[in-house]
Design a binder for this molecule. Structure first.
Ligand code: GUN
Length: 295
């Protein structure tokens, strides 16, 4: 039997725990706030940001949403970020990526106060993660760790293969999987577009994390029976004349081999959103010196 890991259910538990943290903070007169900044006309980005705002409302985090015209100079975005950095009502700042071509994403990420960087994209937070001393874990990799734990999969001593080397997912999840501590201690390989024989690696994996950004790239014949498969991909494709979402894993053939697998949608996606709320109450607690019962 293949265990289909229910990201919606695990995320709901995290959100409940976050709501408890909000109550504890309120008892100390602290009201966490998450600022989302959108500088894009991309409908998908607009949807993601509005979902994050809805999530905030559900758990009692104050949502602050700022839009910057996609044609505006980068300086306008910098000014917005500076204002949010200085605003005591804002615990966390998230600038939705991607940004327009004329804006340097690296500069933007460096502009965010590291103590409010709930994405954990700032070089200071990346460095802390790599050093094994994280302040915030990035949301998608942290969510993956929690999904594995919920499925009673302990990576310790196992062969983990990460497919994709992005700054947002591939690099940080590899660090968490091979790092010390709970949810880590795996022997970890990172594969990417220049890997000579991808299937050779995925076939010897106990855990495969697919984060290549290529629809249905990992197929069942690339897996050994019993592998745990985590699908990070969210790809919109046309199928039989209809638009549909698929992951980076060909679900049906992979599920035949996997002992556990995350679906798309309903796997990693909801966890990313839940861990953003987690980081926001963590940021608020750290800033105020209040111990929050993080879930
Ligand atoms: N765009 C796609 N995923 C993310 C994310 O996790 N954070 C931000 N800020 N932008 C994104």
């Amino acid at each position: 039997m293949t265990d289909v890991i229910d990201g919606n259910a695990v995320a709901a538990e995290i959100r409940e725990g976050v709501a408890g943290c909000v109550d504890v903070l309120a008892g100390e007169g602290v009201y966490p706030g998450l600022a989302t900044v959108l500088m894009s006309d991309d409908p998908a980005s607009e949807t993601y940001v509005s979902m994050k705002q809805r999530d905030c409302e559900e758990v009692g985090i104050d949502g602050i949403h700022v839009e910057v015209d996609s044609d505006a100079p980068a300086s306008e975005l910098y000014g917005t970020i500076d204002g949010l950095n200085d605003d005591d009502a804002v615990s966390g700042v998230l600038v939705q990526l991607p940004l327009p071509d004329h804006v340097d994403e690296r500069e933007v990420v460096r502009r965010i106060d590291p103590a409010k960087d709930v994405d954990a994209f700032h070089p200071e937070n990346v460095g802390r993660l790599v050093a094994g001393d994280s302040r915030f874990k990035p949301c998608t990799p942290h969510g993956i760790q929690r999904l594995l734990a919920a499925a009673a999969v302990d990576p310790e001593g196992k062969e983990a293969v990460v497919v994709g080397r992005s700054d947002i997912v591939g690099k940080p999840i590899a660090n968490l999987l091979f790092g010390r501590g709970e949810g880590g201690n795996a022997t970890t390989t990172v594969c990417h577009s220049r890997t000579a024989d991808l299937a050779e690696h995925t076939r010897r994996a106990d855990v495969v994390v697919a984060a290549a950004g290529v629809p249905e790239f990992i197929t069942g014949d690339m897996l050994t029976a019993g592998t745990v498969v985590v699908d990070v991909g969210i790809n919109r494709v046309e199928r039989d004349g209809e638009s549909t979402l698929v992951g980076d894993v060909e679900y049906d053939s992979a599920a035949e081999k996997a002992s556990a697998i995350t679906p798309v949608p309903g796997g990693v996606g909801p966890m990313t959103r839940a861990m953003l709320l987690y980081n926001t109450v963590k940021a608020a607690g750290l800033e105020a010196g209040v111990d929050v019962p993080l879930p």
